[in-house]
Design a protein around this ligand. Structure first.
Ligand code: PMP
Ligand code: GLU
Length: 397
C-alpha cells in the first residue's frame, strides 16, 4: 500500500544525512571510518553558551516562546546585523526557526505557488531543490563549473529569469564548493535583479563566519535589494551549535509575517532553552568564533595541498565554509576488480568501502562530476583520509 502524497513521493532523501548515517553504521560495526560526509563543526559549543542554556533551564524558560522567538534573541540578532553587517532591521523583521534549514523552507513555502520557478545555482546545497519541490514549485538549475569557481555570472542569471521566477537562492560562502561571492560579483547579480522586481532573493549566509578572504558581503547591502532579500543565518556553524536548532530570517515584514503565520500553525517558536543559548552566542564574546575560523583555515590549507597531490583530482581553493569539492570525472569508466565507477556517487561508495572514508557524491549537489569532502575534522583525520583516498584511487585502472 502506498498512500503517500505525490509531494512526498517526489522528494529525494537528504544525501548528506544518508551518507553520514551509513558511515556511523560502519563505525558501529567496528570499522575505522573517517567521516568527511556531514557538514558540521567538530568543536564543542563554547562554555559560556552552554552556561546560558543551563541558567535558562533553572530560570524556567520552559514554556512556549513567541512564534518568531523571544524579543531578547531577536534584538540580539538586530544588533548583530547592525554591528557585523551594517544592516538595519527591526525585531519585527526577524523570525527564528528550528535551524536555518527550517528558515529556508519557511520562506520557500510562503512564497512559492505550484508552477512558480525558483532559480537555484548549482552546485547547490542538497535541500534547496527538494524544498522547492515540496512547495510544488519548479527548481531552475543554473550550473557553474569549477572553471568559473562554481559561481554564476550576471548573464547566466539574466538568461534564467522568466515571468514565472519567484525567487533566487544564493548561498555564499557556499555549501558544497566553499566559493564566496565578492562585493563586485554580488553587485553584478543585483544589477540584473533590479530589472526583475518580482524576484525575491533568499540569501543563505549560514557560513558567514567561516570565511578566509576577509569581510562577509551580503547582497542585502545594496539598497535596491534589501527590501526583497531574505537573509538566512543561524548559530549552527559559527558557534558549533548544529544540535541546538536555531536559525533565523531577516527580511521584509510582509514575508516575515507570513513565515510567522506558517510557523504558528506548524511548529511554533523554536526550543526555548536553545533560544537563550543563541542569545548568549550573539551577545557574548566572539573569540571562539575566530578561534574556530582559524582552525578551519589551517585545515583548508592542509586539505587543499594534499588533495592537489592526488592524481586525477582537479581542486578548487575554497574561500569559505568547510568543504572541498574536487572534480573527479577522470575516474569515471575506470575499474577495480568487479567494480566500475560510473559517476561520483559510485566513487563515493567505492571510497567508503575501499578507503573507509565517507564523502558525498556530487549528483545530489547538482554537480555529478565532483565529490564533496567536509574538512571539519582533525588535521590527523584529514592527512589519513587523503592518503587512504589516494591509495584507493590509484587502484582504479
Ligand atoms: N544552509 C546551508 C547551506 C547548510 O549547509 C546548512 C547546514 N546543514 C543549513 C542551511 C542548515 O543549517 P541548520 O543546522 O541551522 O539547520
Ligand atoms: N548542511 C550540512 C551538510 O550539508 C548538514 C547536513 C544537512 O542538513 O544536510 O552536510
Amino acid at each position: 500500500m502506498n498512500q503517500l502524497s505525490d509531494r512526498l513521493n517526489s522528494l529525494s532523501p537528504s544525501a548528506t544525512l544518508a551518507m553520514s548515517q551509513k558511515s556511523n553504521e560502519l563505525k558501529a560495526q567496528g570499522i575505522d571510518v573517517i567521516n568527511l560526509s556531514v557538514g558540521e563543526p567538530d568543536f564543542n559549543t563554547p562554555e559560556h553558551i552552554k552556561e546560558a542554556a543551563k541558567k535558562a533551564i533553572d530560570d524556567n524558560f520552559s514554556r512556549y516562546s513567541p512564534v518568531p522567538g523571544y524579543p531578547g534573541l531577536r534584538n540580539a540578532i538586530v544588533e548583530k546585523l547592525k554591528n557585523e553587517n551594517n544592516l538595519e532591521y527591526t525585531a519585527a523583521q526577524i523570525s527564528c526557526a528550528n535551524g536555518a534549514k527550517q528558515s529556508v523552507c519557511n520562506v520557500i513555502l510562503v512564497l512559492v505557488n505550484p508552477g512558480d520557478e525558483v532559480i537555484v545555482p548549482a552546485p547547490f546545497w542538497v535541500s534547496y531543490p527538494e524544498m522547492v519541490k515540496l512547495a510544488e514549485g519548479t527548481p531552475v538549475i543554473v550550473s557553474a563549473g569549477i572553471e568559473q569557481d562554481f559561481k554564476i555570472t550576471p548573464a547566466q542569471l539574466e538568461a534564467a529569469i522568466t515571468p514565472k521566477t519567484k525567487a533566487l537562492i544564493l548561498c555564499s560562502p557556499s555549501n558544497p564548493t566553499g566559493s564566496v561571492y565578492s562585493k563586485e560579483e554580488l553587485a553584478g547579480l543585483a544589477e540584473v535583479l533590479e530589472r526583475h522586481p518580482q524576484v525575491v532573493v533568499i540569501a543563505d549566509e549560514i557560513y558567514e563566519h567561516i570565511n578566509y578572504i576577509g569581510k562577509h558581503e551580503s547582497i542585502a547591502q545594496f539598497p535596491a535589494m534589501k527590501e526583497r532579500t531574505v537573509i538566512v543565518n543561524g548559530v549552527s556553524k559559527a558557534y558549533a551549535m548544529t544540535g541546538w536548532r536555531i536559525g533565523f530570517i531577516a527580511g521584509p515584514e510582509w514575508i516575515v509575517k507570513a513565515v510567522n503565520k506558517l510557523q504558528g500553525q506548524y511548529t511554533s517558536g523554536p526550543c526555548s532553552v536553545s533560544q537563550k543559548a543563541a542569545e548568549a552566542a550573539y551577545t557574548g564574546t566572539q573569540a571562539p568564533v575566530e578561534e574556530m575560523r582559524k582552525a578551519f583555515a589551517r585545515r583548508r590549507d592542509l586539505i587543499v595541498s594534499l588533495a592537489k597531490e592526488v592524481p586525477g583530482f582537479e581542486v578548487n581553493v575554497p574561500e569559505g565554509a568547510f568543504y572541498l569539492f574536487p572534480k573527479c570525472d577522470s575516474f569515471f569508466g575506470k575499474s577495480a576488480g568487479e567494480r566500475t565507477i560510473a559517476d561520483s556517487d559510485d566513487l563515493a561508495l567505492y571510497l567508503l568501502e575501499e578507503a573507509h572514508v565517507a564523502c558525498v557524491g556530487g549528483s545530489s549537489f547538482g554537480a555529478p562530476d565532483c565529490i564533496r569532502m567536509s574538512y571539519a575534522t582533525s588535521d590527523e583525520n584529514i592527512v589519513k583520509a587523503i592518503s587512504r583516498i589516494k591509495e584507493a584511487l590509484a587502484k582504479l585502472k
